[in-house]
Design a protein around this ligand. Structure first.
Ligand SMILES: Nc1ncnc2c1ncn2[C@@H]1O[C@H](COP(=O)(O)OP(=O)(O)O)[C@@H](O)[C@H]1O
Ligand SMILES: [Mg+2]
Length: 408
């Protein structure tokens, strides 16, 4: 173990990942570096929650929350490499950095919040539970994982700052909430202008959504924290974190809550990338409407550990039907776009398809993907369809790879 850590550290110090997103340049980030990145320190979800919970409540932040950070940022420990990764997802925000031993530290928070009436009873309860809150317009606001837990206690839905992969047009409080969440996850930079790559959706093919605004909003929030923000297309991030052994050639798919993001890359350069606004939320919504249950119930059932290859009962069958439809829809779109593009590189060898994101974590996902794949004439020879090593953290790790390569 010690040997491996020494090796990983030395490897990063000597070489550093030299992927340069979007630039035609020799790729010096190889298998060893990718393996070192996979020596991950997982965020014990409890630890993260407890750490946040211990902090004293920050009271009376102005409604617009435009003042400088009032909370205590999570300071990067000694020996953290320069460069951060941030996965900006509809369901989860995930930050990452690399410590001096070459391990990756990740933090994850639900991209959600809840506001509660500001009375003495509730305030005391939150303080007793050690839940951090801010007061906005005379309402107590709790963000991230604790918001999700409180929503269950109060039998309410959380509010969501993002929808379908982008900042939500329906949520006027989205910006100050995202600012608070980023402060919790990233803290302040180790030095002014530390690079932070953050994931953005590729252009959606089935919705008239404006990626430019969303990208600008998160760029602005990161800049406000003191980082130098750099956007990275989400599917491309999956290629960076999962396809090192294939010389960054192949297909990365991020299967999220709000979207699916696809990137076909050749030697680390994206040849084709797009997103669709169908993901886990789309499955929940459809399952809920055909079964006459709430979306959160449908989501709970989906996440509880079902097996798509052997659905039990009407509810699980509904989940399986929509999963299959979603996968077939994604494959059809890759095929059509690939075939209609005049500028596609030749892929001399068979490629891998790697799926990341929470929606890929359901039992039997790869099997159903393979079955749907076998039904169509795919334009590329594929040697393997597999899950990312850590589906929930893959995009953030890919963003970190890009940041480390620039900061080395
Ligand atoms: N074990 C699981 N089985 C199926 N779906 C899951 C599981 N765990 C999480 N999800 C789903 O994954 C989605 C969140 O994944 P994530 O990649 O974080 O999304 P986003 O990129 O949109 O933030 C949600 O729709 C959630 O219901
Ligand atoms: Mg995501």
């Amino acid at each position: 173990m010690g040997d491996y850590e020494d090796y990983a550290r030395k490897n990063f110090e000597d070489h550093g990942p030299k992927v340069n997103a979007g630039k035609k340049k020799e790729v010096a980030f190889g298998i060893e570096e990718a393996d070192a990145l996979n020596a991950v320190n997982y965020p014990a979800k409890d630890t993260t929650t407890k750490a946040a919970a211990k902090a004293a409540p920050v009271a009376a932040v102005p409604a617009a929350a435009t003042t400088e950070s009032a909370s205590t940022p999570v300071a990067a420990g000694a020996g953290v490499a320069l460069g951060r990764g941030l996965d900006v997802g509809t369901a989860n925000l995930v930050s990452s950095c690399q410590d001096s031993t070459g391990n990756v530290n990740l933090k994850i928070q639900r991209n959600a919040f809840i506001d509660i009436d500001c009375d003495d009873y509730t305030r005391n309860m939150l303080t007793r539970l050690g839940v951090q809150y801010v007061v906005v317009n005379n309402r107590m606001v709790v963000v991230g994982d604790p918001a999700f837990e409180l929503a269950n206690i109060f039998n309410r839905n959380t509010r969501r700052p993002m929808k379908d992969g982008m900042i939500s047009p329906d949520e006027s409080d989205a910006l100050p909430i995202e600012k608070m969440l980023l402060e919790t996850l990233l803290g302040q930079p180790q030095q002014q202008g530390e690079v932070c790559y953050y994931s953005v959706p590729a252009e959606p093919i089935d919705a008239d959504l404006n990626v430019v605004y969303h990208q600008g909003v998160f760029g602005g929030l990161l800049k406000g924290l003191g980082y130098e923000p750099k956007p990275l297309i989400e599917g491309h991030a999956v290629v960076f974190s999962e396809l090192a052994e294939d010389d960054f050639t192949g297909i990365g798919i991020s299967c999220g809550g709000g979207m699916f993001n696809v990137c076909v890359a050749y030697k680390s350069i994206p040849a084709l990338s797009f997103s669709t606004t169908r993901g886990g939320d789309w499955i929940d919504h459809n399952v809920a409407s055909v079964l006459g249950i709430s979306s959160s119930r449908a989501c709970g059932m989906k996440e509880k550990g079902i097996d798509l290859t052997n659905p039990q009962g009407r509810e699980e069958e509904a989940v399986e039907i929509y999963y299959r439809n979603l996968i077939a829809y994604t494959l059809k779109n890759i095929k059509e776009r690939f075939e209609s593009s005049a500028t596609m590189p030749k892929f001399p060898d068979p490629v891998s398809i790697v799926c990341a994101g929470g929606t890929s974590m359901v039992g039997g996902f790869v099997e159903v993907f393979q079955e749907e794949f076998d039904k169509i004439q795919f334009p590329l020879e594929v040697k393997e369809i597999r899950l990312a090593e850590d589906p929930l953290y893959s995009v953030s790790k890919g963003c970190l790879v890009a940041s480390l390569s620039e900061s080395a």
